[in-house]
Every structure is written in structure tokens, then in C-alpha cells.
Design a protein around this ligand. Sequence first.
Ligand code: GLC
Length: 469
Amino acid sequence: MPSKKPFLTAVVLGTFFLSGILVGLSVTQAAEENIKPESKAEHDQRMKWWREARFGMFIHWGIYSVPAGEWKGRTDHAEWIRDTARIPLKQYEQFVGQFNPVKFNADQWVRIAKNAGARYIVITTKHHDGFCLFDSKYTDFDIMSTPFKRDIMKELSDACRRQGIAMCWYHSIMDWHHPDYLPRRKWEQRSAEGANFDRYVTYLKNQLRELTSNYGHIGVLWFDGEWERTWNHQRGQDLYNYVRGLDPNIIINNRVDKGRSGMAGLTQEGGFTGDFGTPEQEIPATGLPGVDWETCMTMNDHWGYNKHDHHWKSKEDLIHTLVDIASKGGNFLLNVGPTSEGLIPPASVERLEAMGRWMKVNGDSIYGTTASPFKKLAWGRCTQKPLPDGKTRLYLHVFHWPKDGALVVPGVSNEISGACLWSDPSGRRLAAAERKGGVVVTVPAACPDPIDTVVVLDLKGAPRLTAAH
Ligand code: GLC
């Protein structure tokens, strides 16, 4: 690949050696100096928008979309293709010259997310393959070396700002391209001689400075690829502090450190850094009170674009997943994998539109809500919100409409202040009678929304439930 930044290595090396002492010192000091201990109120304030948002769109995009999941007859690859198909680096680098997403339109992508009801977008600035979708001073393995030559992150962050949705970065710690990143893939011939992991960390930090300085305020830094032996708790903590030092208001996921506990993604014991847990492709059976978490999930079976993967989740399933997660107090980060032309696959767009139609009517039952007070509900899920006058609004998400018109809400001992169908513009009250062991809301015989009808039940005071529920 032609080097547009021939002096780069020299600069990086120079900076590293010059600041060998400086870096070592300043980083730990920065950790203490820049990161003022946060009170609970300050922490809650920093997390506020994210907790209220509940729904974000994940985007996995990079040069791996060129092979589109297929390599030498095998069709099950995606963003890991360099590793899973064992493609030598020089050969993989050729995708750079073939990545020309002429149909990319930042405003359109942001509109797709926004119309779905997503309040933030997390996009891969760099995935494990090391390729950067932004214009970085510190590498040539970036978007400016492609025929496209447009800083995708700039266009997207501008579009997000224009449309009022939070821009967030995914950034991989693991890097299969940078010469100083260790370890090499086991199958690789690439020599590791002279590699220096500390120097890699300097590169990582330099890029994070670019990413937090050149694109306006970034909502979340979503790290990944922290599981290899070269990464440890100390490095994780240091990186967390470094990024918060760059922007004190940023939110950082727990994959910055080693406390992720596999796919469950939740740090249950103390000591690990990170503002929220990251369950992957799964939803914790019960939420964890006091712990922030976000389930990330694919819409088919791959994160990056795979042209053979048509195994799409249904719109019903996706809406139920969003509701289920909200009812457990978490966020939903739903992935799309755009093509190398720059298009979000139509199957993804259709599903996002369906979610948007539902959210347009029912968004209030998701945004700014907290977890269900019930352990389990036979007919669906529940989210809740305090009302200004000390009342509590329960949003009853009915997945299975009662055939006899009696929606049984078990265990509630509060006085009822009112009930209605959320989608009914007239706000007509539904009868809600206290019955031994709970409340019964009388609902119309015909189910208004077979996917999920929201019935509102307002209670006086905080929910008081009998123990079994
Ligand atoms: C995994 C995978 C990765 C994907 C990520 C999303 O850790 O390595 O390809 O980006 O999960 O959560």
C-alpha cells in the first residue's frame, strides 16, 4: 500500500521514546488528576441520557464487507474473515483498494436509525482487523487509502448532530494489523520480532484522542477485543481513565477491562472498570438492579455483512426483544451490517421501519422507563415510570391478548388511579377493579396490536406487590 504518511513511524517512535518517561508517568498521573472521583449524583447525571435512550443501532462496517462473508467456497465468514479464512495480511490489505461505498449516505443511515426509534448509533471506527473507517494521522490502513477517500466518521457524526441523535464509537483493542499488537494470530507467518505492546497502546491512545477530539462530543466509547493475554486489568483501568480524561462526560463499556464474564457480559463482582455491562446475543434472565447493561444483538447471524445470511429475526421478535430488555432495565443495541456499496441491507431497513412504527405509538413505554416490578407476567412484560404526583405508571406490554377481556395484573395492592389503552387517542378509561390477589383491567375483545398492545395502569404511590410476584 502506498504510504501517505511516510514520517509516521518515525514520529510515533520518536514520541514514544521521548515520552518514555513522560508517558509512563503522565498516564498514571492523568488517571488520578483528570478523573475526579464521581459522586453517585454525578455518575447518574453522566449516565442519564443513555439510561433514558434504551435503544441504539449498532453498525459493523469495514473492508470485510468486500468479500461479504464468502471465501474459497465457504460462506459463513463476516467481520472476522481475515482470521476465520486465514487470509495473509498482504492479501487482506487488497480489500482497501476495493472498498468504494459510493452509495453511502450518512443522513440516510441516521434517518433509518432515528425512524426506528433508536436514540444513539454505535459504529465500528476500527474492528479487530485494524482497518480504520476514519481519517487517522497514525496509520495508512484507513479510509483515506481507499478509492472512497471520505472520512465516514466525520459525515456520520455531522449527520447525527444535525438529526439530534448520539454518535458513539466502537473501537477494538485487539488489532490484527498493527505491527506492535501482540499476540499474532496462531496461524500467521508474520514475525513478531521487535513488536512492542506499549508502543501499540500509545497508538491506541493517539487514535482515541483523534476520535474524541475531531468529531464533536461522542456519547459512548464501546471497546471490544479485550480478551487476549496482553490486555490486563491495569491497562483497562488506565485506558478508561485516559478516555474519561479526554472527555469527562463520555460513557465507556466494560470491555475496556477484563470484567466481562464471557457472553453474559456483566461484571458482578467489584473491582473492574466500565460504566455498563455488555451481554452479547443474550438477555440476562432477570435484570440486575443497580447495574447498567446493554444487550447487543445481530438481526441475522452475523455482525458484518454476509450476503448469504438470510436468517433474519422477525419484526415481532425484535419488538419483543426490545420490550423484554427494557422490562429488565437494560438497553438494546441492535446491529446492522452494511454492504461494501454503503447500503444497510433492505431486510434490516424493513425490520427497523416496523420497529419504528411501533415505537412511534409506544415509545413512551420504553424511553426513560425502569425495570418491571413483577418477576414474571403470563401475558407479557411491564415497564414503569414515576409520575410527578407520586404516582407510578405501569406500562403493561400485552403480547398475548386475553380472550375473555380480563387482563389480570397479579399481586398489586396499590390503590388504582386509572387505566387506559396507550394507543387510544381518546384516552378512554378502562375499568380496573381490585380483585383478591391483584387488579383486573377490562380490555376490549379485539386485540389492538397483535405484536404488543400497551395498557397503562396508574397506581397511587410506588408499586406494592405481594411477595410472590
Ligand atoms: C464480539 C466479536 C465481534 C463483534 C462483537 C460485538 O466480541 O468479536 O466481531 O464486534 O462481539 O459485540
